[in-house]
Design a protein around this ligand. Structure first.
Ligand code: HPA
Length: 284
């Protein structure tokens, strides 16, 4: 057997999903820690436990139930992945990103990724929503790019362009939707680190110096695989906590805090995502 996930395995997973829903999703959503309630906005969805899907990497993190929720959402048909898997859970990057290729096989053309992050930009506050304009894929730059291994020409080229990883028209639309709903979105650079330990103060100062506005443990691998295949991507990060670059003696960052602040931002996140979906035609 190949060392890497094969197109056959991706096909098997896609066939399983097709066999368990009559919906034909156009938009894929991958939800981060504490952001699962977004899937509740789908009316009478088909729900598939990801544990039942062949070759799917099982999610092991608290706050990440592994489910696909498929059905009508804000004028489109969406497939929502609740409970993504992360590299730190022990999977290879090819397995972490298998869901994106399954989405592709299902005919999805637009991907919305959400995550929780730590704020590095000193102007940010917990609960802020940040549109991701660009990312720094530290594990990718160090050799763990999800496209490492044989290139599948079926999906895209060996050396894919990454000059506009996050679609400018979708970002502009998200800003309009938020402004009309009475709040502002941040926009910035997301630094992807492998985790699972949170960053040390020196690591956080380093990330600030290289121009990152927020740091988190997901998203970049999925976006690289999505862009390889030409999917349009919108990325939204919930700033769950602030970077402790100069910590007080009792400062700590906990997963619980990340989940709780993530939950506070869910109503605005739902407004932005649903508003963007309703007005997708405005983004060309
Ligand atoms: N660091 C990395 N990942 C995170 C953080 C953080 O501070 N908060 C939420 N996800």
């Amino acid at each position: 057997m190949s060392e890497f996930v094969t197109t056959q395995q991706i096909g098997d997973a896609a066939d399983f999903v097709r066999a368990h829903t009559s919906h034909r999703p156009e938009v894929g959503l991958i939800l981060g820690s504490g952001l699962g309630p977004l899937a509740d906005a789908i009316d009478s969805p088909d729900v598939i436990a990801t544990a039942d899907i062949p070759h799917w990497p099982a999610s092991t993190v608290q706050g990440h139930t592994g489910r696909l929720v498929i059905g009508p959402l804000a004028g489109t048909t969406a497939l929502v992945l609740q409970g993504r898997t992360h590299f730190y859970e022990g999977y290879g990057m090819d397995r972490v990103t298998l869901p994106v290729r399954v989405m592709l096989e299902l005919g999805i053309q637009t991907l919305i990724v959400t995550n929780a992050s730590g704020g590095l930009n000193p102007n940010y506050r917990p609960g802020d929503l940040m549109l991701i304009r660009d990312h720094i894929n530290f594990p990718g730059m160090a050799g763990n790019n999800p496209l490492r291994g044989p290139n599948e020409e079926r999906y895209g080229p060996r050396f894919p362009d990454m000059t506009q990883p996050y679609d400018p028209a979708l970002r502009a639309l998200a800003h309009r939707v938020a402004a009309e709903a009475g709040f502002a979105l941040r926009e910035g650079v997301y630094a992807y680190v492998a985790g699972p330990s949170f960053e040390t103060p020196a690591e956080l100062r380093f990330l600030q110096m290289v121009g990152a506005d927020a740091v988190g443990m997901s998203t970049a691998p999925e976006v690289v695989v999505a862009r390889h295949a030409g999917l349009r991507v919108l990325g939204i990060s919930t700033v769950a906590n602030l970077a402790q670059t100069d910590p007080t003696p009792d400062a700590v960052v906990t997963h619980q805090e990340v989940l709780e602040t993530g939950a506070l931002a869910v109503p605005r996140l739902i407004q932005v995502v649903c508003g963007v979906l309703e007005r997708l035609s405005e983004a060309g």
